[in-house]
Design a binder for this molecule. Structure first.
Ligand code: TRP
Ligand code: ZN
Length: 866
């Protein structure tokens, strides 16, 4: 622990949990019966646990609790007095090997602002138990390797909570006579308590059904507030497509007669895969053209698939301990990425996923919070639901998939599911099953599970009498507590092209770099070969290679991997922007040529063209610099945008007109056109603000869908155009009753490129519609601001102070949400001394504040550094 944390006098340092300390549970709980008397002010919970001693030992039963006081403790039906409550844990001495333990507690859902355990949201009662929320509901061994069969009884007021849902199948229900009613649900599949869920409320369903490949008739219900039912169709379509896809691609069929989804307004994350009863953040269920962007539609599809896929990768096979989190999350993200690629455009999906990885995971991997995809220690597990565990975890599985190919990968996953069905497994067991099932030894991949940090691959091409030789070197940077690294297995897809005409030299090759240095011959001879490397982003690494602007222009035009064409254009832009920041006068002719050519071919794939001509983000440019200079980045990027906008103005205008949408549709072409139009708006505004604003306002006013309206709003909100306030006011007035859309209104202003953004954000934090109690709203303003590099890093330090204020204000309400605001302050090492000092001052202020949660303390102390 750091000095800063120890200095925090009135908290004793929170315990560090170590992966190597894992021990099998002392007691198992094969069965549990839960009885809920539901009420938003006070709910009583009676739990009957059938416990069984696990192995020969004489240790007592230890049940986790959080904020609970036992009203009753019984062993085999008899009240006992020799229980103890130590550090929130209920300790019960037991003489035999099998007992029934009964406890009763009372909890207050209304007062649960953390949104973990049983809480109230928009008139509903719902639960969130992953990772450690079940201990806020009842006393239980709250760890994922204790699997139980659940029987759940709920009683509640019939008018306020007409619908009562829990995991598994509905068994019985009835009227209690006193205005209350009851329902009983049984889940036949043993599960860890983090997958427990119940929901009670006034809900209406979009009801449908699906027949599985095994002939099971499954009733599907998406439960929402009655008015929201019309906005559930996209989610239902995605659910059925996911069920079919998992059968086709993985041979996995659904295993209960009902599958329920519930949308709630207040939710800490995206959604939760509770067995047979997925609970969703409403933003990942509700979508219609008026209120949701195309990105929202895609996110609904992806998250519905993600949670559904967890039924096998997570629920049927779960995690032995939380260090294995990537076992279910990395694999499930990989599965949902492949699913979404199959539903739409694989190239554009890959570009989006890689952009997200670079925006969220690379900075994490290069900063003070870096951790391997299987961490070695944690203080608060909620802090480890990270881009590393999820997205880098998915990349690691993708690399193994690439090496095996789809058929052998499937043999591996078949064995994994057969071997570990009904078990709590480890990442090592996953890799072993892939190896054994495929017949390909993947044990070298253990390094990807152990070592943090983004590897850098230095590539150099040499051509001469001996042919075309590729020299590779890999460098895995030091990360906190991991100063020295071993070389990793890095699969690289490579292909050569001729400089003069872009003709391919040979086929793509998949090479495996698994030593510190390696040289290999790629071709016998070539005139002027250029290298396309890490095609389709075959490994989550940074490639360091000198390629001329001419070579990048050739690749941008001729590479047959669209992802690599995109990469070539991005590299071209990065090279020019970095040269500009160094004070050079870079030649922009090559990028003009490449963008021009891309626009001329835009009709072939509008969505791809939109990605390809988009300038690298300010944050990504910051990551390319040793010292981030937010002002220089903004200026260089603005200059290039203006030059591209002005020099290609007729082409932008024509491409904008050519991409005119017809009647609203979610087909690929229509979505691509909307995306391209929104990107072009940025260039039009840069070329001539008054002219661009006219186009944006017309798009705003005539829009029949949220993608067009939000795109136009964003363009105007970034400007000084006279239409700016009109757009903001119109948008607010039109959507003030729709929380998910008002979130966009907050975000557009918090992400604005204008100089007055901090002042606006401070003002918005006092707006009547702003609340720290709703995580979506908090993130819409605060999260979006912290991601706005130029505004957040204002030299005054006002941005840092604002985030500090928000962390202090949010922590007592919701520590998980507060802790997620800390990492932006932890990037101080990447900035000049003055900014670094101001950022550190906020971290110190947070650490010195009495009573902070361990969630925030862990992130702030690690961010400050020992
Ligand atoms: N398991 C969820 C998912 O990725 C994540 C999740 C939902 C979560 N709610 C949470 C994690 C609350 C921590 C705390 O699908
Ligand atoms: Zn997940």
């Amino acid at each position: 622990m750091t000095d800063a944390m120890n200095a925090n006098a009135n908290t004793h340092a929170p315990a560090v949990i170590q992966r190597h300390d894992y021990r099998a549970p002392d007691w198992l709980v094969p069965d549990i019966a839960l009885d809920f008397d539901l009420d938003s002010e006070e709910t009583t919970v009676i739990a009957r646990l059938h416990v069984r001693r696990n192995g020969a030992h004489d240790r007592p039963l230890v049940l986790d609790g959080d904020g609970l006081a036992p009203l009753v403790v019984q062993v085999d039906g008899q009240p006992i007095n020799d229980w103890q409550l130590v550090d929130q844990q209920l300790i019960v001495p037991l003489s035999g090997n099998d007992h029934v333990i009964t406890t009763e507690v009372a909890i207050q859902p209304d007062q649960n602002t953390q949104l973990m355990g049983l809480y109230a949201s928009g008139g509903l009662l719902c639960t969130q138990c992953e990772a450690e929320g079940f201990r806020r509901i009842t006393f239980f061994p709250d760890r994922p390797d204790v699997l139980s069969r659940y029987k759940v009884q709920m009683r509640a007021d019939k008018a306020a909570y007409p619908i009562l849902l829990a995991n598994g199948d509905p068994i019985a229900s009835g009227d209690s006579g006193d205005g209350r009613h009851w329902a009983e649900w049984h889940d036949p599949h043993p599960k860890p308590c983090y997958l427990f869920a119940l929901v009670a409320g006034d809900l209406a369903a979009n009801a449908d059904h699906f027949t599985t490949s095994e002939g099971r008739e499954v009733a599907l219900n998406i439960w929402v507030k009655p008015d929201d039912v019309p906005r559930t169709h996209h989610a239902m379509t995605a659910l059925k497509a996911s069920m079919k896809w998992d059968e086709t691609v993985y041979g996995r069929a659904y295993d209960l007669d009902v599958f329920n989804i519930v949308a709630v307004d207040d939710f800490n994350f995206g959604a939760m895969e509770n067995k047979g009863l997925n609970v969703f953040n409403a933003r990942y269920i509700l979508a219609d053209a008026e209120s949701a962007t195309d990105l929202d539609f895609d996110n609904v599809e992806g998250v519905v698939a993600h949670e559904y896929f967890h039924n096998w990768s997570g629920n049927r096979v779960t995690c032995r301990d939380w260090f294995q989190l990537s076992l279910k999350e990395g694999f499930t993200v990989f599965r949902d990425q492949c699913f979404s690629a199959d539903q739409g455009s694989p190239a554009v999906k890959r570009i989006d996923d890689v952009r997200n990885l670079r925006a969220a995971q690379f900075p994490e991997d290069g900063g003070p919070l870096a951790h391997p995809i299987r961490p070695d220690s944690y203080i608060e597990i909620s802090n480890f639901y990270t881009a590393t565990i999820y997205n880098k975890g998915a990349e690691v599985i993708r690399m193994m998939h690439s090496l095996l190919g789809p058929d052998r990968f499937r043999q591996g996953t078949d064995l994994y599911f057969a071997r570990h069905d009904g078990e709590a497994a480890t990442c090592d067991q996953f890799v072993a099953a892939l190896s054994d099932g495929s017949g390909v030894d993947l044990t070298a991949f253990h390094l990807w599970y152990e070592q943090a940090g983004t590897p850098k691959v230095v590539a150099r091409l040499e051509h001469g009498a001996d042919g075309v030789i590729l020299h590779l070197q890999q460098i895995v940077p030091p990360t906190p507590s991991q100063p020295n690294k071993l070389p990793m297995p890095i699969p690289l897809r490579v292909k050569l092209f001729e400089q003069a005409d872009g003709r391919a030299i040979g086929d793509e090759q998949l090479i495996l770099l698994d030593t510190a240095q390696q040289s290999l011959k790629l071709a016998d001879k070539a005139d002027a070969p250029i290298l396309s490397i890490n095609r389709h982003f075959s490994a989550p690494v940074i490639i360091d290679m000198d390629r001329s602007a001419a070579a990048l222009v050739t690749l941008a035009a001729h590479d047959d991997d669209p992802f690599s064409r995109y990469e070539a254009l991005q590299q071209l832009m990065v090279d020019i922007l970095l040269a500009d920041m160094r004070g050079e006068q870079p030649d922009i002719a090559p990028i003009i040529t490449a963008v021009q050519r891309t626009l001329e071919h835009a009709a072939a794939d509008h969505a791809f063209a939109a990605e390809a001509v988009l300038l690298p983000s300010e944050a990504f440019l910051g990551d390319q610099l040793v010292r981030v200079d937010p002002v220089a980045i903004r200026q260089a990027r603005d200059r290039l945008r203006t030059q591209l906008g002005q020099q290609l103005l007729p082409l932008w205008t024509k491409a904008y007109e050519d991409a005119a949408p017809g009647p609203f549709s979610l087909d690929r072409v229509a979505k691509g056109k909307r995306r391209l139009r929104n990107v072009i708006l940025g260039y039009l505004m840069a070329a001539d603000e008054a002219m661009g604003a006219k186009t944006a306002w017309a798009q705003f006013a005539q829009a029949d869908n949220m993608t067009a309206r939000q795109g136009a709003l964003t363009a105007l909100v970034n400007s000084n155009a006279e239409q700016r306030m009109a757009a903001l006011n119109d948008f607010y007035g039109r959507y003030r009753a729709d929380n998910l859309v008002i979130d966009k209104w907050f975000t557009a202003q918090a992400a604005s490129t204008r100089e007055d953004t901090i002042a606006q954000v401070r003002r918005l934090a006092t707006h009547a519609d702003f609340t720290l109690h709703n995580p979506n709203r908090a993130r819409a303003l605060i999260g979006a601001f912290a991601a706005n590099q130029y505004a957040f890093h204002d030299a005054s330090g006002d941005g840092y102070a604002f985030i500090g204020d928000m962390i202090l204000a949010t922590d007592p309400i919701n520590p998980q949400v507060a802790a997620r605001l800390v990492p932006p302050l932890g990037r101080w090492r990447r900035f000049d001394d003055a900014r670094a000092r101001l950022m550190k001052a906020q971290l110190e202020r947070i650490l010195a504040h009495p009573g902070m949660s361990k969630d925030v303390l862990e992130q702030a102390s690690k961010s400050l550094g020992a």
